[in-house]
Design a protein around this ligand. Structure first.
Ligand code: NAI
Length: 283
């Protein structure tokens, strides 16, 4: 099957990045968000990043204009009616995702593949909210999407080979590297990364060191390009908490218990860079 028109649901940090990369790679893209302000912010961000790329001579002005011409916005899920591929990047919450997939299944064409950019939630369960589980798949981009090369492709229990092949081929067209992963909590990336971030937050919580010092230890001592506390702010503390909860529940192992300080910050609305405050402050 040939994918020409794409809908991206959720215009937050991940959705906007996915929409940008798809438009740059020649796909016609509809970026959807139920929140108009978020949609406008996402569209503006894409334009800003493309303008910056032109300034740095990473793309031509013509490429930027072409990409923007292929990109349109939408606030209605029913706009998926002529899309070949829909990828969801809304909040990391199973109930919200199931609702979106149930609604999408009713409006998207029969041939359309439905993907989720979930960081950790079971694709098999998301797929069960539709009548086309063989056409549902996980396509997990990394943040920031335009920069990071990896896409984890997650096969649900019923995902067909044809669906897998179509998404593998699309990933290559986006100039990213696909890695096939089975449908277990956290897949590979977040099963390895998130317990480290959670443990780093525990060291702050227990007063072992300040956020700055934890980051310095990991950058200079273990050669990480970004410290784990900065990375947590960058990912979004709400997303980090959801992923820890998925690992904790999915494996039933206390080693995945989320740090109380992470919970407290999320309750306070300190969600990291996107809300202006997390472990650090952002202007
Ligand atoms: P975000 O909070 O920046 O954006 C989520 C967007 O979805 C918001 O604009 C919100 O208005 C919109 N939204 C919520 N419900 C909706 C609905 N029913 N219909 C349409 N739009 C809706 O979140 P972010 O960071 O972009 O994460 C999105 C997804 O991507 C999550 O599943 C997350 O786990 C995953 N992800 C996040 C990464 C990160 O580093 N932040 C990395 C890889 C995956």
């Amino acid at each position: 099957m040939t994918i020409k028109k794409v809908m991206v649901i959720g215009a937050g940090q991940m959705g906007a990045g996915i929409a940008q990369v798809c438009a740059q790679s020649g796909f016609n893209v509809l970026l959807n968000d139920m929140n108009e302000a978020a949609l406008e912010k996402g569209m503006k961000n894409i334009e800003k990043l493309l303008t910056r790329a032109v300034g740095k001579k990473r793309m031509t002005d013509r490429d930027k204009t072409d990409a923007l011409r292929r990109l349109n916005s939408s606030t209605e899920l029913k706009d998926a009616h002529d899309c070949d591929f829909v990828i969801e990047a809304v909040v990391e919450n199973m109930e919200v995702k199931k609702k979106v997939f149930g609604e999408l299944d009713a409006v998207a064409p029969k041939h359309a593949i439905l993907a989720s950019n979930t960081s950790s939630l079971p694709i098999t369960e998301i797929a069960a909210a539709t009548n086309r589980p063989e056409q549902v798949i996980g396509m997990h981009f990394m943040n920031p999407v335009p920069v990071m090369k990896l896409v984890e492709i997650i096969r649900g229990l019923q995902t067909s080979d044809d669906t897998y092949k179509a998404i593998e081929s699309m990933t290559n067209k986006l100039n990213k590297t696909p890695v096939e992963v089975k449908d277990f909590p956290g897949f590979v990336s977040n099963r390895v990364l998130m317990p480290m971030i959670n443990e780093a937050i525990y060291t702050v919580y227990e007063g072992v060191a300040s956020p700055e010092d934890v980051d310095t230890v990991m950058k200079l001592g273990t050669n990480h390009p970004m410290g784990p506390i900065t990375l947590a702010d960058f990912i979004g503390l709400d997303t980090c908490l959801y992923i820890m909860e998925v690992l904790h529940e999915g494996f039933g192992d206390s080693k995945y218990r989320p740090c109380p300080l992470l919970r407290q910050y999320v309750k306070a609305g300190w969600l990291g860079k996107k809300s202006g405050r997390g472990f650090y402050q952002y202007s």
